[in-house]
Design a protein around this ligand. Structure first.
Ligand code: SF4
Ligand code: SF4
Length: 419
């Protein structure tokens, strides 16, 4: 596609990236068929191609309006369009730049700005989030059903976190909301890895991955989180930690992108590249240990559940381009995965999207849960805390992280029963 950058964007780093990406789009429209917002709303401007066109106009000098911003806001950033696009258009990177430029020119009203600031601070600060969650859980029983569904019931880790005892060590990102919502996910990961001779360590100085701020158009706050985590993890990598394990795919896609986001920072570019290269989704780690893991699997008759519907998060399948690994590991452990239609489509969680765009997010959740329940599973598994809580808020079936299921499907060290 022909692009003529407006003067304001010529010879700027963001202008150069935008121009390169815009030129790579040939306007074929293949991406429309897999875009959730286009499927629901049927408006070209709520499709990848339409949004690309809107951003092209802005980078060529058109004045963006609140309507431009609305269509960009409605994008889930699911990146399904990237998976579909035959021309390799890096839509996500373009949207990051386009949204920021539009935000600077259009701004937001007081109420909307306050909501976004509250989400950034409230969700990205574990102490604040924990306090608010505990308060909400205390009065949950008095709430109307619609509100109650948005506040998950209190959860405790059901098993311990093994003390470090192995020469092989890996780090794990605790995350900002996951420890309060589902503390057993990282503990289950630590138990699985411990059985494989790997100790998992959470570095206290690390915190939110920065994705929340980044996707709320606060690039500086997102980068500050990235730098803090890099400073926290690098000494441990220097001391021999093999990898940084991600149990939330939404955080994983962000940390893997630190190298790109900090490429122009002289002090952090090399360090960020090292951290991104060491970052792996837990499924990547366990696939590399697949043989040893299969030797630990219980007999199928002793599994805590049998029939599973698995929802692969967009941040795993489209963002990190990891498909099929979780399914293979669950299959090895003896679970039966029921067929699920439209596996490629977003569930509507998408970070803060379910709060900021509740109508679209609600429709996508209903559609997704219908497909997940169609095979009559005993429970639903997924790989990201955002998808998990979003789906659980509309489902009577339990929704769990797949690594918790795997933990329950493995024999404890010294357990001789079952096989
Ligand atoms: S983003 Fe890709 S699939 Fe969509 S219109 Fe452009 S080239 Fe075609
Ligand atoms: S990221 Fe998802 S919602 Fe946004 S344009 Fe692409 S497919 Fe559509």
């Amino acid at each position: 596609m022909q692009v003529t950058l407006a003067q304001a964007f010529r010879d700027t780093p963001e202008g150069e990236i935008a121009e390169r990406i815009l030129r790579s789009c040939v306007h074929c429209g293949f991406c429309l068929a897999t875009c959730p917002t286009y499927q629901l709303l049927g408006n070209e401007l709520d499709s990848p191609r339409g949004r690309i066109y809107l951003m092209k106009q802005v980078f060529e000098g058109a004045t963006p309006t609140a309507k431009t911003q609305l269509h960009l806001d409605r994008c889930l950033t699911c990146r399904n369009c990237e998976t579909t696009c035959p021309s390799g258009v890096e839509y996500g990177r373009l949207l990051d730049i386009g949204r920021r430029v539009v935000e600077q020119r259009v701004g937001r009203g007081i109420a909307e700005s306050a909501t976004r600031a509250a989400l950034k601070t409230g969700l990205g600060t574990p102490l604040l989030f924990n306090t608010a969650l505990k308060l909400g859980q205390r009065v949950r029983g008095l709430m109307p059903d619609a509100l109650k569904a948005r506040i998950p019931a209190a959860a405790r880790a059901t098993g311990g976190w093994p003390a470090p005892r192995h020469a092989r060590r890996m780090l794990v990102l605790e995350g900002c909301v996951q420890p309060a919502l589902k503390p057993d996910i990282n503990a289950a990961t630590a138990r699985v890895l411990d059985r494989l001779g790997i100790s998992l360590i959470a570095v206290a100085e690390a915190g939110c991955c920065g994705a929340l701020a980044h996707h709320l158009d606060d690039a500086d706050a997102g980068l500050a989180s990235a730098r803090r985590n890099i400073d926290a993890w690098l000494p441990h990598l220097d001391a021999g930690a093999e990898a940084i394990v991600m149990t939330a795919s939404g955080c994983g896609v962000m940390v893997k992108d630190y190298a790109w986001l900090l490429r122009g920072d002289d002090a952090y570019a090399v360090k960020a590249a090292r951290v991104s290269a060491a970052t792996k989704d837990v499924s990547e780690i366990l696939l590399a240990e697949r043989g040893a893991l299969a030797g630990l699997a219980r007999h199928a008759s002793r599994l805590p559940a049998k029939r599973i519907a698995y929802h692969p998060p967009c941040t795993l399948q489209h963002g990190q381009k990891l498909s099929g690994g979780v399914e293979a590991l669950l299959g090895d452990a003896g679970f039966e995965l029921v067929p699920v239609a439209e596996k490629h489509l977003c569930c509507g969680a998408a970070g803060t999207y379910s709060i900021l765009q509740p109508a679209i997010a609600g429709q996508l959740k209903t559609r997704k849960l219908g497909h997940l329940a169609a095979g009559a599973p005993e429970l639903i598994a997924t790989a990201n805390i955002g998808c998990l809580t979003h789906l659980q808020s509309g489902s009577a079936l339990p929704v769990r992280h797949w690594v918790e299921l795997l933990d329950g499907a493995l024999d404890a060290p010294g357990d001789s029963g079952g096989n």
